[in-house]
Design a protein around this ligand. Structure first.
Ligand SMILES: C[S@@+](CC[C@H](N)C(=O)[O-])C[C@H]1O[C@@H](n2cnc3c(N)ncnc32)[C@H](O)[C@@H]1O
Length: 209
């Protein structure tokens, strides 16, 4: 049976997905701004750029099936993926640290987490993930990488000392050209194995047993 709290999260998620249906227009606007220079996160300050419902439900299942408690997310945006993570950790008794560079996005996400009644499970760190997660020194059960792709490798390496045998690293946008160098580096490390999900949109990295 779905609890009242879970229902509240699901209805908040439905509202966010409804609001994100104009993302394609916001993305065109963002891409136009970056015609003569590399794209920047601020070009997309209005866009959700979120994971799909299918991916979110997969994350909830992953958390519940593996009893994951300590979750870290790179790239909060307006909080869609974080709400799925919250759905999972609500069942396992865990918590989430999530980080977002753009202040206005982070503030909106915080309001949404309050509305969904899960703000006590989520710590939002505002700023560059390389700084906000720099001194992270606690086991990570699940790391969701969903920010700017050029930071996937340095962030992975920075947080690697917090991984353990049962850690999952969920990589979104795995099909994008900018993600390939990161995936190749991890695949070359004999410690790790990679599993493609959702038609290569995501890759799940785990330790070889
Ligand atoms: C693809 S969106 C995240 C979508 C979100 N995970 C979801 O599914 O709802 C990527 C986000 O990462 C943020 N970001 C980019 N570079 C960052 C950095 N260095 N530190 C923290 N956040 C960053 C962007 O501002 C953007 O909101």
């Amino acid at each position: 049976m779905i609890s009242q709290q879970q229902e509240k999260i699901i209805s908040t998620l439905n509202e966010l997905y409804n609001d994100s249906k104009y993302d394609h227009l916001k993305m065109i606007k963002g891409a136009a701004k970056s015609m003569f220079r590399p794209m920047q996160p601020s070009d997309f300050k209005e866009a959700y750029l979120s994971i799909s419902k299918e991916q979110g439900e997969g994350l909830v299942q992953l958390i519940k099936e593996n009893n994951l408690k300590n979750v870290v997310e790179f790239g909060t945006s307006f909080g869609i993926s974080t709400l799925f993570l919250a759905q999972g950790v609500l069942e396992t008794g865990g918590s989430i640290i999530t980080t977002e560079l753009i202040e206005s996005k982070a503030q909106r996400a915080i309001e949404t987490f309050k509305k969904a009644g899960v703000n006590d499970l989520i710590e939002v760190r505002i700023g560059d993930a390389m700084k906000t997660l720099k001194n992270h020194n606690a086991p990570i059960d699940l790391l969701l990488l969903d920010g700017w792709k050029d930071l996937y490798l340095p962030l992975f390496q920075m947080l690697e000392s917090n991984f353990h045998n049962g850690t999952f690293i969920y990589v979104d946008n795995a099909e994008m050209a900018e993600t390939q160098a990161f995936l190749k580096t991890v695949a070359q490390n004999s410690k790790y194995q990679l599993l493609s999900l959702f038609r290569r949109k995501s890759v799940l990295i785990t330790n070889k047993k």
